[in-house]
Design a protein around this ligand. Sequence first.
Ligand SMILES: [Mg+2]
Length: 172
Amino acid sequence: MGIFKPTMYKKNIFDINYEKLKEMGIKCLVFDLDNTLGLIDQPKCPRKTKQLIKSLQDDFLILICSNNSKGRINKYLKDLGIGGVSFSMKPFTRGLRIIKKKYNLKKKEMVIIGDQIVTDILAGKRFKIMTILVDPLGEKDLKITGLNRKVEAKIIKKYEKRGLFKRGSYYE
Ligand SMILES: [Mg+2]
């Protein structure tokens, strides 16, 4: 299995089988923010996302792990009443390490859910936790992400050739 291949791949956060995650022993959902929970230019959490997060809070500890600034993520954290880490430096494991320690979690209890292979998924794989890739909500990204997308496109092309991964071929 390729090092960039996510454990699961879903169209968006609403398509994830959270019941299955619960059965698998997952206790903590770590979400990326931009293009996973909301669009990059959406300062407030979308209502539909908020409803989903609220509905999951009985079963999971829900956190945000974002490479974006504190100012950006704080509005979402406040709005959702959850915790999280800014400047998490994905694909490095900084954010995930902080979360694991702070909330006293085991790696097998954590999953990272995000829209970027070269940051979210790679960070999760390096940290050896479950990873779920979702398609990006919008086309607009952080400047740095533009470069990541180019790298990502190359990886996906290669994986497609090997029959490992195909954009739009969702799996659990
Ligand atoms: Mg993102």
